[in-house]
Design a protein around this ligand. Sequence first.
Ligand SMILES: CC(C)(COP(=O)(O)OP(=O)(O)OC[C@H]1O[C@@H](n2cnc3c(N)ncnc32)[C@H](O)[C@@H]1OP(=O)(O)O)[C@@H](O)C(=O)NCCC(=O)NCCS
Length: 176
Amino acid sequence: MMYKMEDFYMPNDMLVKLYNLKMDPELLDRLAKEGVSIHRALSPDRREILHQIENAFLENWGDSESRQRWLSECEVAFSHTPVTCYIASRGSEILGFACYNTTAKDYFGPTGVLKKERGKGIGKALLLSCLNSLREEGYAYAIIGAAAPTAVGFYQKNVGAEMIENSAPGVYRNML
Ligand SMILES: CC(C)(COP(=O)(O)OP(=O)(O)OC[C@H]1O[C@@H](n2cnc3c(N)ncnc32)[C@H](O)[C@@H]1OP(=O)(O)O)[C@@H](O)C(=O)NCCC(=O)NCCS
């Protein structure tokens, strides 16, 4: 089926002040004690990670159109060295993921945590890891690309993100 850009609702982007970013080492320690590892994805795991994200997508994150787009952006993350994707894993199970520098340079996203694992700090740990990497690359600000309305509160609360008015469709305007 063919879609036109105007068939999609595209939310605004958000801005994060990286110079104000506060890391949370206690959160990473707690998650580690609970058996959850937050780490940069490794390229040898590319196919397995993409496979798990694809399989979990419809139940946890959205419809088949957004699945195509998110997976495409995750593939871009794996085309960088180092990989610009952090994952949360318990053993070999991917509990969540977050990418940056994929839609455009300095952009955060996509990100998602399995429904059964939400509310434990995993999304925040992934978000902070990605934003800290952008800060270490030298950026002073980061952009949350097309922040889902249901996740705006998450970005405001955890990293003080502010809405960028009239930023949609912005960088996504030529998306098919
Ligand atoms: C958004 C998402 C990644 C958050 O993951 P999560 O692991 O549940 O979030 P955390 O447990 O790390 O939350 C950290 C804090 O943010 C709060 N929070 C989480 N989601 C929130 C939301 N939607 N609105 C406001 N606050 C939120 C939590 O209550 C928690 O607060 P606390 O530290 O006081 O306990 C997850 O809900 C998700 O995968 N959503 C679907 C995909 C999605 O929308 N992705 C973003 C697209 S832009």
